[in-house]
Design a protein around this ligand. Structure first.
Ligand code: PLP
Length: 484
């Protein structure tokens, strides 16, 4: 698809009336769920009692009730009632070889058996995993493991502030860099500022600035304004590879190159958040895809390939060395001359994580998983578009390698103009209908990231998957089109 038109198409879809499933269908969904998922229903009632909100995972289906999965293999997951799904959620992105990929699983188990799951001090597994990352991500010369992408973001911000001696961080509006206090600002929908920052004192995010995705002039203005004497200065610009929220707010290659120049001109570090794009867009992540080098790279998800705990910060040697736990040196005047950034994690860089990281990266390279998953995604995108077109729906799908986006009335909440007087009501209405679409797709045997995002893997490369997707989307689109 022509990416130049993408923004215009998304905006125009967001202006259209929401296409809801027919009333009878909406009313029948809870009954159908009860019939098809009895064990999940019983468990969901118990979750309500013991687990806040009845679920742990933000991307799990929530309405009519959450579905409990039992096992995963290849491109499929099975729920506790024995129903199979083509899985496009892929644990929210960490899986690109397929569920429970045998070679990774055997390797992790053998390491656990022979050496134990975690030693709490250096083990050779860390070195092996770090070397694999450095081999592929050009800008990364050193690596430090953490327990999640959220922790990696916290470490990157602290490190950038220590290295530059400056205070502010800038992010693109709508981006997600984990849920630490300073990053829960202007989330998901650009321009929403502190809308989702409940429980966070203003002081925690007041040194976080944001700009409209792709707006290079605004980024330049912020850098200039906050680098003026006495203003505190900008330590780092955080960018998600390909654009915020998993490339939902897509920005083109030129933006990254211009942003790189601005960072250099204004003495700010460029931090590329590759938690989704790392080992998915290319072996060298979004940086290879767009042909740039960041100063720091945030990695998560596929680093770990579904084994806990996935998080790694990588980058330039002269910046990363501040994470070294050196004792402070004090000069003859008693002045500290060696800075060291405090970060930690009891179960960071365990044998499990690092064995999984090392073996998964090797398998991704060996199998050409990135390109195979991308080619399958091309086919699935075409299948979804066929279904929408043949049922005359104004929806469309598009993909960046193995990340498919499904643009519907439901996902339109991302692109609603906040200038509209009823913007928040519209956003709620989109999200409500998105929940319905998700339920409809689950009934058709498709699990995705809330009916908006679909991650493919090496294992999706099968005619069985393509056939199931074609049938499911045809039924889904037919149900929506029956409105007219
Ligand atoms: C781009 C990005 N950065 C950071 C994170 C946070 O990673 P984690 O969930 O491991 O804390 C995520 C998680 O979805 C992400 O998508």
């Amino acid at each position: 698809m022509n990416l130049e038109n993408l923004e215009a198409r998304l905006k125009s879809l967001a202006k259209m009336d929401i296409i809801k499933p027919p009333v009878e269908l909406i009313q029948s969904l809870p009954r159908k769920f009860k019939q098809k998922f009895p064990r999940s229903r019983t468990l969901s009632l118990e979750y309500q009692k013991y687990i806040p909100g009845g679920h742990e995972h933000q991307n799990a289906i929530k309405w009519p009730f959450t579905i409990t999965m039992d096992k995963g293999e290849g491109a499929f997951v099975w729920d506790v009632d024995g129903n199979a799904y083509v899985d496009f959620l892929m644990a929210s992105g960490p899986i690109i070889l397929g569920h429970n990929y045998p070679e990774v699983m055997e390797h992790v188990i053998s390491i656990i058996r022979e050496k134990g799951p975690a030693l709490g001090v250096m083990s050779e597994q860390e070195l092996l995993a770090a070397k694999e990352i450095v081999k592929h991500v050009d800008s990364v010369k050193q690596v430090r493991f953490y327990q999640s992408g959220t922790e990696v973001g916290m470490a990157a911000a602290r490190l950038a502030r220590c290295y530059t001696g400056k205070e502010y961080i800038i992010k693109a509006g709508g981006s997600y860099h984990g849920w630490s206090d300073q990053f829960v600002y202007d989330l998901h929908i650009p321009g929403t500022g502190a809308l989702f920052s409940y429980g966070i004192p203003r002081g925690c995010y007041e040194k976080t600035l944001s700009f409209k995705p792709g707006d290079i002039r605004r980024l330049e203005k912020l850098l200039k304004r906050y680098n003026k004497p006495g203003k505190g200065g900008v330590a780092a610009v955080f960018l998600e590879g390909g654009g915020g929220d998993g490339m939902t707010h897509y920005v083109p290659r030129e933006f990254y190159h211009a942003a790189r120049e601005l960072c250099d001109d204004h003495g700010a570090l460029m931090v590329m958040d590759e938690v989704i794009t790392g080992f998915r867009l290319a072996m060298g992540g979004a940086q290879e895809y767009f042909g740039i080098n960041a100063d720091l790279s945030m990695l998560g998800k596929i680093v770990g390939h579904q084994y806990p705990s996935a998080g790694a910060l990588g980058g330039r040697e002269d910046v990363m060395e501040l994470l070294g736990a050196q004792a402070e040196e004090v000069d003859e005047n008693g002045t500290s001359i060696k800075k060291s950034v405090m970060t930690a994690g009891t179960l960071a860089g365990t044998n499990i994580t690092c064995a999984a990281a090392c073996k998964a990266i090797q398998c991704i390279e060996k199998t050409d998983a990135i390109n195979i998953a991308a080619r399958v995604a091309d086919k699935i995108t075409a299948i979804i578009n066929d279904a929408f077109e043949s049922h005359d729906l104004p929806f469309f799908a598009y993909n960046f390698k193995s990340i498919i986006h499904c643009a519907t009335s439901g996902s339109s909440f991302y692109h609603i103009s906040l200038n509209l007087p009823d913007a928040l009501e519209k956003i709620d209405a989109c999200r409500e209908v998105l929940g319905m679409y998700n339920a409809m797709l689950m009934l058709e045997g498709i699990q995705s990231l809330q009916a908006m995002r679909f991650y493919t893997s090496l294992a999706h490369d099968s005619s069985e998957v393509l056939e199931k997707v074609a049938n499911a989307f045809d039924a889904f689109a037919a149900n929506l089109a029956s409105m007219e």
